[in-house]
Write a protein that binds this ligand. Structure first.
Ligand code: BDP
Length: 636
């Protein structure tokens, strides 16, 4: 559950300057987790470490880095359950408390936590060390390239000297994806307090009938391990004093008890704070007469609040009432056909790298409103939770994507057989859905981006169908599920057509048919003829071209702002001719940092905005276009 500060819960923020040192090869032997070296630097958390200092290694090396700080928990937290929560550490992390391993975590984009109630004494400092590993390979998501070839390299392995040089160079950390591998403690670190018996999870599902909505909820409760575990052999004052605050330790089962002090009460409030309905018990259904539905901006993204109490614990969740359905080649929100206008994005900015950036989120959502967009995809990983909260509130629709990007290693090897990611991919999907399930802004799950589906179509079908079924089974709201198909031979691909929405990334007029927008339009038409024959709604989740800001030309050649503007203007006309075509996401919202390479002058420059968020020429065209396209009923 997202951390909350309220009458029963507190937060100790661990953001700020931490001690930092990159492994120089001696960390393991010298046990830096126990004995943090005195000679170290101060680095800011939360943010990627890569661009904070001028050290070349921080940008290029494959390595572990160590973070360290002292923490004191104020005495006012005595008797509370204490949990250390990391919103995201990229990619793999180990956390040590006073030199002892507390927990480890795989994957850089989802939260993890560990209870520390009985491991610390309030009022007394303890040491926290975090080891973050930036290494990517065939077992990680996103996938790293083990073949030693750069994503945007011009390496010609036919040349003997090149082959030899690569061998000589040895292991490099090479992404099999097009964004900079920003790493470290990228999101907030907090110690969160709750009462010893606490609300562990809340699931909300809404159903709308003609005049009312049924809001069903399920509350999971938990108990601190100091009251659930046999702690007879523990002699710390901490545990003893906590126990004495808890009269019924014998009854600590992890579910709500019959004790009237530990029952679940639920109150549903409207936006003004007026009580709409109330209930008691861990699960139930509340009725909202004449509900105000959550609608994407410029409609009203109306949010209700569910206030839950359990014993002395309380939690408030904002949620929306809205329906989602895919039917007759349409994507329906609240029963009305929705047209997606927007972008694929990145979490990316100067100096902070992939670090959580709420200020930038506000700016980006403001720019989405300005340009008339209504949606984006969290390409290519789950974003920081604060962004989803903002989008719930501002009425921006989200396609929520797992970090499964780069599954494919060339036509020779079947990635579904050689990459050990199947179970891990499922685990990531599960955690993402568990994290984001209550957000009204999330309307479609994306299982991954641009995997190989062409060279090993049968393997691919087995792999993705399994995940597709799993996502449907996991999501209490049963949202539609998709994955994003890359520019391959779509006639060979068997997977894309099995998804609820066909999502395609296409670069006609850029990587193919380069510089020829007329031919690009022709290719688009031919391909859309193919998709029209299937009974699925289709949208483009990426199309675009690099434009260097300030680079102009009367005849709009590649890399000019004019080319980018004309590309969108003409291709969008093709989309307008097709009724089953339900949306357009440009690639990309803003320029972003990526691995260096011959096609990447200072990053990927396909942004409609520059990296500092200034509009390029195409932004003005899109604004005019999108302001004239309504959210609903565009193709009616
Ligand atoms: C697509 C990828 C995206 C890239 C984009 C590009 O999904 O991550 O940044 O191409 O080449 O294939 O700009």
């Amino acid at each position: 559950m997202y951390p909350q500060e309220n009458g029963s819960r507190g937060i100790i923020w661990l953001d700020g300057i931490w001690n930092f040192k990159a492994d120089d090869g001696s960390a393991e032997e010298a046990h830096w987790e126990r004995e943090f070296p005195r000679e170290c630097e101060g680095l800011y958390v939360p943010a990627s470490y890569n661009d904070q200092r001028e050290e070349k290694r921080y940008r290029f090396d494959r390595m572990k880095v160590y973070y360290h700080r002292d923490v004191v928990i104020p005495r006012v937290y005595e008797g509370q359950r204490l949990v250390l929560r990391f919103d995201a550490v990229a990619h793999n992390a180990e956390v040590y408390l006073n030199g002892e391993l507390l927990c480890s975590h795989r994957g850089g984009f989802l939260p993890f936590e560990a209870e520390i109630t009985d491991l610390v004494r309030v009022g007394e400092p303890f040491e926290l060390t975090v080891v973050a590993d930036n290494r990517i390979d065939h077992s990680t998501l996103p996938v790293g390239n083990e073949e030693g070839s750069a994503f945007f390299g011009s390496d010609n392995a036919q040349v003997p000297a090149v082959r030899e040089a690569k061998k000589w160079r040895g292991e490099l950390n090479l992404p099999n994806f097009d964004f900079f591998n920003y790493c470290g403690i990228n999101r907030h670190v907090r110690i969160c307090s709750t009462p010893l018996h606490y609300i562990e999870d809340l699931t909300i599902v809404t159903k709308v009938t003609e005049r009312e909505a049924a809001v069903s909820y399920e509350v999971k409760t938990g108990s601190s391990r100091i009251v659930t575990e046999d702690r007879a052999d523990t002699s710390t004052n901490r545990a003893v004093s906590a126990r004495s605050n808890c009269p019924d330790t014998e009854n600590a089962t992890g579910t709500a008890s019959n004790d009237p002090d530990r029952r679940v009460f639920v109150t549903l409030l409207d936006r003004e704070g007026a009580i709409v309905a109330q209930s008691e018990g861990e699960r139930g259904e509340l009725t909202v007469p004449e509900p105000r539905l959550w609608e994407p901006y410029p409609g009203d993204p109306y949010l209700y609040r569910m206030y839950v109490t359990y014993g002395s614990d309380e939690y408030v969740e904002e949620f929306g009432i809205r329906t989602i359905e895919v039917r007759d080649q349409k994507f329906l929100i609240n029963g009305k056909p929705f047209y997606f206008k927007g972008f694929g994005k990145h979490e990316d900015f100067y100096i902070r790298g992939r670090g959580v950036n709420e200020l930038l989120n506000v700016k980006d959502v403001s720019l989405l409103h300005w340009i008339g967009a209504n949606s984006f995809r969290t390409s290519h990983y789950p974003y920081a939770e604060e962004m989803y909260q903002l989008c719930d509130r501002e009425g921006i629709v989200i396609i929520d994507e797992t970090p499964a990007v780069g599954i494919g290693a060339g036509a020779q090897t079947d990635p579904y057989k050689t990459m050990p990611i199947r179970d891990y991919h499922k685990e990531v999907l599960k955690t993402m859905i568990a994290r984001d399930k209550n957000h009204p802004s999330v309307i479609l799950w994306s299982l991954g981006n641009e995997p190989d589906t062409e060279n090993f179509p049968e393997s691919a079908l087995t792999y993705w169908s399994d995940l597709y079924e799993y996502a449907h089974a996991l999501d209490p709201q049963n949202r539609p599920v998709t994955f994003v198909c890359c520019q391959n031979d779509y006639t060979k691909d068997l997977v894309t057509r099995t998804m609820d929405v066909v999502c395609i990334n296409r670069y006609y007029g850029w990587y193919n048919l380069s510089g020829d927008i007329e031919a690009a339009c022709y290719a688009w038409n031919r391909e859309l003829d193919f998709w029209e024959g299937l009974d699925k709604p289709v949208m483009v989740t990426e199309y675009g071209c690099d434009a260097l800001p300030g680079n102009h030309g009367v005849n709009g050649e590649m890399f000019t702002e004019e080319y980018q503007e004309e590309y969108y203007r003409r291709i969008d006309r093709v989309f307008d001719q097709r009724s089953f075509f339900i949306g357009e996401h440009c690639w990309c919202f803003a320029d972003f940092g990526t691995i260096q390479g011959v096609m990447r002058p200072d990053g990927n420059r396909k942004g409609i905005f520059t990296r500092e968020r200034r509009p390029k020429l195409a932004a003005h065209f899109l604004k005019e276009r999108w302001e004239a396209i309504p959210n609903f009923g565009y193709k009616e």
